[in-house]
Design a protein around this ligand. Structure first.
Ligand SMILES: Cc1cc2nc3c(=O)[nH]c(=O)nc-3n(C[C@H](O)[C@H](O)[C@H](O)COP(=O)(O)O)c2cc1C
Ligand code: SF4
Length: 543
């Protein structure tokens, strides 16, 4: 088939037209009447002609070589696609990871705006997956209660009375200095806890005196030797700080379990270097595994050491459940050594992160409810549940979310992205680019200034307070006195259009001591047999 010469084919016509106009304007300027108007037109057309020519000869983007100039429209639309979707197309129940509705409730509570909804639920209550809390015929009056939980087992000299709702681990580095400041002031005002995340106990965490849970990960930031190993002296010096209320060992987080991290040297500013205890400008590596221990028994001995070095503060660990036998190996190590952590935080696969590979965020790790139920049951199964408190995190932003996980065994909840919304995060999903539009997750000073600390600290405080007030209303409506009374039997889920199941059937716990006695429960029996206190690796099952 005969085709047009290349410059006149439809996909090149814009470029050809721009080049022709540029040439005509040039000839006009040089040969005929030089005019200001022609010169003014020459500038944009000349620039477009240059861009089009570069498109044509560059070798990186096939689409630009085939569609010089016009392909840029596609790139621009791709760039603003999330905003177009969010502003014009998203319904109240749309939007991921958090729907507009979920974000709105945080914004309203943070700003103390009207947080009620008109006309009735927009949920399809007959759709599979719909869940509800059972209310009482004899509800109680909602009380003004802070709802606190005492964390610290028999080996802990300085237990901590924590709120049931706290700020989940997020490092300085992932968050901006102003975000850390605002979170910590909010935590101080509302008397709840602020977890440092694994990036160290920074100057910004210390400025305002809010309660701190100091988390250490495999990089041992703020407590490491030059070679990246754990330094007991530095840990002791920081952990004994009065502001630190608990010390937490991070094994994994739901959004990227089993994945280490590298903060490129270019991003290791003097401030970050000081917080982490690493050299400025050198790649800062968080290995995927710990160097301070390699077996379940050693891990518990390390936690005991953390408790001792901190002067007897609650010491525990955070994980997203992976291989079931590995968690059961830790349980066996508890029985064998008599060392028990004071708390365990179970993070769900649905949890957030600053940046992670897609395969990890989408497909690694156990979702919160299954993980929490597993850990809760396993601790009951080794008769240790009464001495270890359980925290939970994973998309918890409303009072209903808190009540639901407390029914499944959590003693308290942490929220990361909920508090980010309170700081003004608009879910633009660019945390990994250092171009956060709201100053929450950027180290770029010109962007950080968007986050006004006193204003956002007030919002953090308001969000926490209003959520606890809503929780008090739920507790009262269910006829209870404290959220720790929520039990699986208080919740139901529609599992098909005409079948509903109680959480008590969906998430059955083990009988007390069942694992010690040799449980026949299929969910645990195989994994228990494969678990060894001496190694994380699975033991071969007897034939
Ligand atoms: C920006 C960001 C940074 C985080 N940094 C850490 C961290 O340093 N250590 C950690 O244990 N978890 C970290 N997390 C995970 C959260 O602490 C939390 O476990 C998870 O996001 C689930 O809570 P969410 O659904 O409320 O966000 C981070 C999460 C986010 C969003
Ligand atoms: S506004 Fe966007 S970039 Fe900033 S924290 Fe929120 S999701 Fe991340």
């Amino acid at each position: 088939m005969r085709s047009w010469p290349l410059p006149f084919q439809p996909r090149f016509i814009t470029y050809t037209t721009v080049v022709l106009i540029t040439l005509l304007l040039l000839i006009d300027e040089i040969e005929f009447f030089p005019s200001v108007y022609a010169a003014l037109l020459l500038l944009p057309f000349g620039a477009l002609a240059v861009i089009g020519t570069i498109d044509l000869v560059q070798t990186k983007h096939a689409v630009l070589r085939n569609y010089p100039l016009t392909a840029h429209i596609r790139f621009i639309l791709e760039e603003i696609r999330p905003e177009i979707r969010q502003y014009f197309l998203e319904s109240e129940k749309d939007g991921t990871p958090f729907s507009r509705d979920k974000r709105a409730i945080v914004y309203q509570r943070a700003k103390q705006a009207l947080d009620k909804r008109p006309f009735g639920t927009q949920n399809d209550v007959y759709a599979s997956g719909y869940e509800w809390l059972h209310h009482s015929i004899a509800p109680k009056a909602a009380v003004k209660e802070a709802f606190r939980v005492r964390i610290g087992g028999p080996d802990c000299a300085r237990p901590y009375s924590a709120s049931v709702f706290n700020i989940s681990a997020m490092s300085f580095g992932a968050l901006s200095p102003n975000a850390i400041r605002a979170l910590n002031i909010g935590a101080r005002k509302g008397n709840f806890a602020h977890d440092t995340g694994e990036g160290g106990f920074s100057a910004y965490h210390r400025e305002n005196g809010g309660d701190i849970i100091w988390e250490i990960g495999s990089g041992y930031f703020s407590c490491r030797n030059g070679d990246g190993t754990f330094c007991a002296e530095k840990f002791e010096a920081n952990a004994r700080n009065d502001q630190v209320k608990m010390v937490e060992l991070k094994l994994s987080q739901g959004a990227k379990p089993g994945h280490g991290g590298v903060l490129p040297g270019a991003k290791v500013s003097p401030e970050i270097a000081a917080a982490r205890g690493v050299p400025v400008g050198v790649d800062c590596i968080s290995p995927s595994r710990h160097s301070a221990f390699s077996t379940p028994i050693e891990m518990l001995q390390f936690i005991a050491k953390m408790r001792e070095l901190s002067g007897g503060k609650p010491a525990g660990f955070k994980l997203c459940v992976g291989h079931p036998w590995e968690f059961l190996a830790i349980c066996k190590a508890m029985l064998e050594t008599g060392i028990y952590p004071d708390f365990i935080v179970v993070d769900g696969k649905e949890g957030g992160t600053g940046a992670a590979p897609l395969e990890f965020t989408d497909h690694l790790g156990m979702p919160l409810r299954e993980g929490l139920n597993f850990v809760h049951s396993a601790l009951i199964g080794i008769d240790a549940r009464d001495r270890i408190k359980l925290g939970a995190s994973g998309k918890i932003v409303s009072a209903f979310d808190i009540a639901r996980v407390m029914a499944l065994g959590a003693d308290w909840c942490n929220s990361a992205r909920g508090f980010m919304f309170a700081l003004g995060c608009i879910q633009s999903l660019s945390c990994h680019t250092d171009r956060c539009p709201t100053g929450v997750t950027t180290q770029d000073r010109s962007r950080q200034r968007a986050l006004i600390v006193p204003d956002k600290a007030e919002r953090v405080f308001n969000f926490h307070r209003s959520t606890i007030e809503s929780l008090a209303e739920l507790v009262a409506a269910a006829g209870l006195d404290h959220p720790d009374e929520f039990a699986p039997a208080h919740f139901s889920r529609r599992v098909s259009p005409n079948e509903v199941k109680s959480f008590a059937d969906l998430y059955p716990p083990l009988e007390p001591g069942a694992l010690i006695a040799g449980s026949a429960d299929k969910r645990y029996a195989g994994a228990w047999a494969m678990a060894s206190a001496k190694e994380f690796r699975a033991l071969p099952l007897a034939a």
